[in-house]
Design a protein around this ligand. Sequence first.
Ligand SMILES: Cc1ncc(COP(=O)(O)O)c(C=O)c1O
Length: 415
Amino acid sequence: MGAYAPLDHILTNNSLILPPADLPLDNILPDEPLLLMGAGPVPVSQKVASANSVVINHLGETMNKVIERVRLMAQYVFQTRSQHILGVAGPGSAAMEMAITNLVWPGRKVLCINNGFFSARLAEMATRVGGEVTLHTLPEGQGADAAQVEKLLVEGDFDVITLVQGETSNTVWNDQLAQITQLARQHGVLSIVDAVCTLSTMPLNMDEWQVDVVITGGQKGLASIPGVSLIAFSEHVWPEIVNRIAPMPHWCLDARLALQFWEEKGYHYTAPVSGILALHEALRQVCLETLDRRFERHLVCSQALQAAIEAMGLQLFVAPQSRLNSVVGICLPSGVDGKKVLSTMSNLYKVEISGSFGLPIVRIGQMGEQSRAHNLYRTLHAFGMSLKSNGAQIDLPAGMSSLERELDVKEALTA
Ligand SMILES: Cc1ncc(COP(=O)(O)O)c(C=O)c1O
C-alpha cells in the first residue's frame, strides 16, 4: 500500500474514520432565505455578496489598491483623519480584543462603563490581560451620565475608559458618549468605543469627539459580512501603541504587526481577502449614500417602527432618552412565549428577528438594509401575525397604518 489508503480499504477497515454520508448545503439551507431582521448579521447587498465570492492574492498591486481605498473610505465613515485604521481578521470581538490588548497591560487602570452584555465583555477582556478594572454598572435600561463619569475620572486616576455606543443586548444607547470621551481626553484617559452595531447608523465623529479607539464589526451597521472587522486608532493614542514597553501577549492582534499589512503593504498574516473585498463594497455604499442621508434613513425607519409597535399596543423596553435606534427592544406581552413567536415568524413568514440575553424582550434590527420601507412592512406584519397566533391581544391594523403614515412622508428616503 502507498502513502494513501485506497478508498475501498477506507470503507472496509473499521479502524479508519469513514467519510460521513453526503449532505449537500442545499439540503441544509432553507429553500427560501430568511429576511434577517434581528440584531445582526443583517442582509447584504448584491455588490457585497458578489465581492465576498472573489479570492485574489493577499499581497501585490491589486490588494494594495483595495486596502488603500478601504482605509480612505473608513476615514470618512469613522470621521477621522487618523492614518491608523486597521482591518481585523475576526469578529467584532476580535477588534474589541485588539483595542484592549494594545492599550491594557498588568497594572493599567481601566474604567469600564457597563450597560450590559457587550460592555461587560470589554471589562472581561481588560481583566484577562491584567488590567485593574473598575466597573461602572448602570441600572438596566440606562445610558451613562457624563457628570457621574467625570466624577469617577477625577477620583480614579485611570489610564483607559471603555464604553459601547449602542448596547445591542438590551437596546440601550449611551447618548452622552461625545461628552464622556471628551472628558476622558481632558483627564488624560484614553477612550475605547465599541461601535459594532452603530457605526454608519448614527453620528460618531471620532476626531471631533476625541475618541482614541473605535471598533466595529462587519455584519451590523456597515452591512458587510461577519468575521472581518475594522479598528481605528487616533493619532493621539498611536505613539503609546508604538512605544509600548510592556510585553504584548497577542501576535495576531498586535497593532504594530498589523501595521505591516495595513500601512506598509507587507506580510503579517494572510488577510481574509474576500471579506475585505466585501467590506470595500459596504464602505463604498456608505460613501455613495453619504453619512447624513444614511443617518436620516436609519432614524426615520427606526422611529416609524417604534411608533408602529406602540400603536399595536406593545411597549418598548427602553425609555426614549437612552433608547437605541439601531436595534429596537420590544417587551413581550405577559403570557406570550417569545421563542414561539420567533419560530412562527421564521417558519411561516420567513422573517427572522432576535430574542434576547435573558430579558423578556424581542429585538428588531435597524441596521443597513434592514432600514428599508419594504423590509419594515414585511417584518411588522410577520411580527403582528405571529404574536396573534401565539395568544397576544394586539391591534395589528393600527400598527400597519401607523407605519404607513410615518414612512409615506419620507418615501424617497426609505425606499
Ligand atoms: C455592541 C456589540 N459589541 C460587540 C459585539 C461582538 O461582535 P461579534 O459577535 O462579531 O464578535 C456585538 C455583537 O453582537 C455587539 O452588538
